[in-house]
Design a binder for this molecule. Structure first.
Ligand code: KG4
Ligand code: ZN
Length: 347
């Protein structure tokens, strides 16, 4: 029997709804919130309000695009956490109400687990290359999940069985990109802009301090401070320093962040003797990281996996794929469940 699922993601500043038939995506819509740009970062209260405005039209449009009626749905999956509590509450309460009205099961999903399982999303009509897009990692694999809020190395034993073996002690990789971008005068979120300018710059032009962190954990706050002091010093000598060296600065900052990530990923691959290596999360859209992973693959004999671009950044299709595997296990949530801002994989 085919299972029809509605999935809702509202953990941060994107309101997203997806409709799946089993593990295939029929529709995946994302309404982004431009309102935060002028504030240089996400304003939680504005995010909640925008989610409230967006959620009904986004769900409506996803069902329409999928050609699925709400009466056909078998369950609704929603992001329980981690994320901004006000944002999570909008998607959570909406999903609870809709399952109650339709008398169907509710499924709670961990956002970080969803980033990892984005690798298993299948297309209803694969374009352009079905083989490439249907390729997915083989268990057990390692996944470097890098987003605006998290940086983790996850040891994935099965769809719903995974363990965080390394994570950041302070800032996330996406934050390191965004905060560095802010120092260079870029609007929020600056990660994609650093990527864009880096393509025209020399990654060896400038060197920044490297963190010393035990085991498989990461640290990015030192890098941010090192960039800040470097820029302050250079701007004293020449007030147009940033403007004159923008591309080289972007390339060098990107290189520094990627080096930190790749060092620990390589260490983890050796430690666990695993050659199936994946990346996930918003920062896996970064062209430099994608290239570094491909090169690492060639050097160490890894099979590498990078999700299609639209499943790297926050989206509801990835919530839906976790929902599908939980549905198969009849792992349903009670109506009394509430979203949580902090929610570790395995909790
Ligand atoms: O996973 P995501 O969409 O949201 C969170 O769950 O945080 O990740 C967003 C993060 C932001 O920090 C953004 O700047 C970063 O991913 N990002 C990038 C690129 N695209 C998105 N960072 C570097 N290069 C990119 N191309
Ligand atoms: Zn995310």
């Amino acid at each position: 029997m085919d299972i029809y699922l509605l999935a809702i993601e509202s953990s941060c500043d994107d309101t997203s709804a997806a409709v799946l038939r089993n593990d295939k995506v029929l529709a995946n819509l994302v309404a982004s919130q431009a309102v935060h740009e002028q504030h240089g970062g996400i304003v939680p209260e504005l995010a909640s309000r925008a989610h409230m405005q967006n959620i009904v039209p986004v769900v409506d449009e996803a069902l329409k695009q999928a050609g699925v009626k709400k009466e056909q749905l078998h369950a609704i999956a929603f992001t329980r956490g981690p994320g901004l509590i006000g944002s999570l509450l909008v998607g959570g309460m909406f999903s609870k109400a809709m399952t109650l009205a339709l008398k169907i099961p509710l499924i709670e999903v961990n956002h970080m687990q969803a980033h990892v399982l984005a690798h298993f999303i299948k297309e209803a009509s694969p374009q352009p290359s079905p083989k490439e897009r249907e390729r997915h990692p083989v268990f057990p694999f390692l996944c470097l999940t890098v987003s605006g809020g998290h940086t983790q190395i996850v040891l994935v034993r099965d769809y719903l069985e995974m363990e965080v073996v390394g994570e950041t002690n302070d800032d996330a990789a996406g934050e390191a990109f965004d905060k560095s971008a802010k120092l260079l005068g870029f609007p929020y979120p600056g990660g994609p802009l650093i990527d864009k300018h880096a393509q025209f710059g020399n990654p060896k032009a400038f060197k920044f301090g490297e963190p010393v962190v035990e085991g498989l954990d990461f640290s990015f706050s030192g890098l941010k401070t090192s960039i800040l002091y470097f820029l302050q010093k250079k701007e004293k000598e020449d007030k147009d320093f940033i403007q004159k060296n923008r591309n080289d600065l972007c390339a060098s900052i990107q290189e520094a962040i990627i080096n930190i990530l790749m060092k620990k990923l390589t260490k983890a691959a050796k430690q666990f003797a695993i050659k199936e290596i994946a990346i996930a999360g918003g920062v896996s859209a970064n062209s430099g990281l994608r290239k570094a992973l491909e090169e690492g693959g060639k050097k160490h004999g890894w099979n590498v996996y990078i999700p299609p671009f639209e499943y790297c950044t926050d989206n509801a299709a990835m919530i839906g794929i976790v929902g599908y595997y939980k549905y198969l296990k009849k792992d349903f949530a009670l109506q009394g469940i509430n979203p949580v801002a902090r929610y570790a994989i395995g909790d």
